[in-house]
Design a protein around this ligand. Structure first.
Ligand SMILES: Nc1ncnc2c1ncn2[C@@H]1O[C@H](COP(=O)(O)OP(=O)(O)O)[C@@H](O)[C@H]1O
Ligand SMILES: [Mg+2]
Length: 262
């Protein structure tokens, strides 16, 4: 079973938004997805309740990990874990033992950058989370580009020893997706195409071997997990400057049909 966790010691940085959207992506791909809510506030479970209003929407099974622990149903292919704020120290070790992939969402805020820095340092240095154990990446969230604070955050994230996947803009689409029990992949592509493009690197990373721990002694993945054909296609788009082609590709691939309330 593929295990993906959203964690940060700070609240309000997008753990639940990322967890629910990642869950919809994999559920929409036809996988059996379990969303485990570790936060007593239960926002991910609330989102699942809102989701019950839709007909024929891909099913996501919810688990209240606070009261029930995690015992995903048999046959679960993806376990997405949404963590609460304020997790530190030895608790992190116990949790990370079960996790292949950890995504840390961060928002541009001067005070928070110091907290992220401590949290990531703790993960990498004190707790010694290695690539053989759990793969870690960061995602900037609620971003308004061209602001000084975003530029500082970007500089900080680029200086880390872990992948900085993408920046997600501040957008009402996420607020709507949270309220409506949908993922942005399930909303009208014309309204969310800018967000879909920003999500592309997250999906690519999660689909690649780069987001899975490398067992010790095994050879490194050739080409960093991308096939040559894939790289050629990417280069072609890049070299020809076919922004439009890439745009259509992203919307077509990532966007799905919308769902009607029953
Ligand atoms: N990119 C975004 N644009 C606009 N609002 C966002 C974005 N990401 C998150 N939010 C909103 O910010 C709030 C906190 O996000 P949430 O995912 O619940 O954070 P966390 O789980 O880390 O506490 C929620 O109300 C959510 O809808
Ligand atoms: Mg949350």
């Amino acid at each position: 079973m593929r295990t993906i966790m959203l964690m940060n010691s700070k609240g309000g940085c997008g753990k639940t938004i990322l967890a629910t959207n990642i869950a919809t992506w994999f559920a929409g791909e036809g996988n059996k997805v379990v969303l485990a809510d570790f936060d007593p506030q239960g926002s991910a479970l609330d989102w699942l309740v809102a989701r019950q209003d839709y007909l024929d929407i891909p099913n996501i099974v919810g688990i209240n990990a606070v009261t029930e622990g995690i015992q995903p149903a048999k046959g679960a292919e993806y376990l997405i874990m949404d963590m609460p704020a304020g997790i530190h120290g030895k608790k992190v070790d116990a949790i990370l033992r079960r996790v292949q992939t950890l995504i840390i969402p961060v928002i541009p805020s001067l005070i928070d950058i110091r907290a992220y820095s401590r949290f990531i340092h703790e993960l990498l240095v004190t707790r010694q989370v290695s690539r053989h154990h759990t793969r870690i990446a960061v995602v900037a969230n609620r971003v308004s580009e061209n602001t000084i604070i975003y530029q500082q955050l970007e500089k900080f994230l680029n200086s880390l020893n872990i992948p900085f996947l993408t920046s997600l803009r501040e957008s009402q689409n996420y607020i709507r997706s949270a309220e409506q029990g949908l993922g942005i992949f399930e909303m009208a592509p014309l309204s969310v195409y800018r967000d879909l493009l920003q999500w592309d690197p997250i999906i690519e990373w999660l689909d690649s071997k780069n987001s899975l721990p490398t067992p010790l002694k095994k050879k490194a993945v050739k080409n960093g997990g991308y096939s040559s054909a894939y790289i050629l296609v990417k280069m072609k788009f890049y070299c020809l400057g076919h922004y439009n082609a890439y745009f259509t590709y992203a919307v077509r691939i990532r966007g799905r049909s919308t769902y009607q309330r029953g």
